[in-house]
Design a protein around this ligand. Structure first.
Ligand SMILES: C[S@@+](CC[C@H](N)C(=O)[O-])C[C@H]1O[C@@H](n2cnc3c(N)ncnc32)[C@H](O)[C@@H]1O
Length: 260
């Protein structure tokens, strides 16, 4: 773990609180039921079996990665198992995304960074009437994700292939409101803020933005601090692995660092 990441983690641990310190009924219920929810369904076992298969395979793919550090395009041959181990979130986090999408109900969900589609499946399985649009630039990862979506019989997912820098604009022009955006693609400062500002006009009062890897680098931490300071962000939650942004004007601006 790089020193800045370790330092951020210690800082997070010192500040993080649990439900005992939460006085707002919305934040208390959200924490108990969504962030720390205990719900279990056989859907989780199904998706985890796909994750396990990715972790076990000896196959490699050629990746074209436009993500963090992408000024030097990190293209090359990589083992699928290594990518699955280092690039995907924990299943605990995936289950939280499932509960979040379930909580937000029918409507549009956006994921930036499909990879092999594990979290896309969690989002899509949460509600058959939700519609997921997921963005990915790596052609061979998309092939694997498509295979998983077919295997899982999932028809509420649309993949937008290509560099998000080039594909997001057309999507935002054609799309109305979005319930949930999961930012997990290009973890660079500029791209994070740019994608946020492109998607923000699609948010409504109950929309939630989930920003992954807010402590991945110093520039990501800076981007996170700037986002939570925006006046339009009326509530924010830091769970270390990610940050959640809310826009409901009924909230008085507050920020929470929460044990996850
Ligand atoms: C951390 S992985 C996503 C993991 C996935 N959300 C999950 O948890 O199952 C990040 C993905 O974003 C993709 N990506 C990064 N920058 C991108 C860009 N500018 N355009 C398109 N895809 C990008 C990478 O190819 C990679 O597959």
């Amino acid at each position: 773990m790089p020193f800045h990441h370790l330092f951020s983690y210690l800082e997070y641990k010192l500040n993080a609180v649990d439900s005992h310190s939460l006085h707002s009924p919305f934040v208390f219920n959200f924490y108990q039921n969504i962030l720390k929810g205990k719900q279990n369904t056989e859907v989780f076992d199904e998706i985890e079996s796909y994750r396990k298969a990715l972790l076990r395979t000896n196959e490699s793919i050629i990746i074209n990665d436009y993500g963090a550090g992408s000024q030097v395009n990190k293209s090359g041959k990589r083992k699928i198992s290594d990518l699955a181990r280092s690039g995907l979130s924990s299943s605990k986090f995936s289950r939280m995304l499932f509960r979040l999408a379930d909580f937000l109900g029918d409507g549009e969900i956006v994921e930036l960074g499909t990879s092999f589609g594990i979290n896309t499946l969690y989002l899509a399985k949460s509600n058959p009437r939700a519609h997921i649009t997921t963005f990915e630039g790596c052609t061979e990862s998309i092939k694997i994700a498509r295979g998983l979506f077919d295997k899982a019989g999932q028809s509420n997912i649309k993949i937008i292939e290509g560099n998000i820098d080039l594909t997001l604009d057309a999507f935002t022009r054609e799309t109305g409101r979005v319930n949930l955006v999961y930012f997990d693609a290009n973890h660079q400062y500029d791209a994070t803020l740019r994608y946020y500002h492109q998607l923000r006009p699609l948010a409504h009062a109950d929309t939630i933005f989930v920003m992954d890897d807010i402590y991945w680098s110093k520039p990501m931490k800076k981007a996170w601090k700037e986002l939570i300071a925006l006046p339009e962000v009326t509530l924010s939650m830091d769970i270390f692995d990610a940050g959640l942004l809310f826009f409901n004007r009924d909230f008085c601006k507050e920020h929470f660092v929460l044990e996850f």
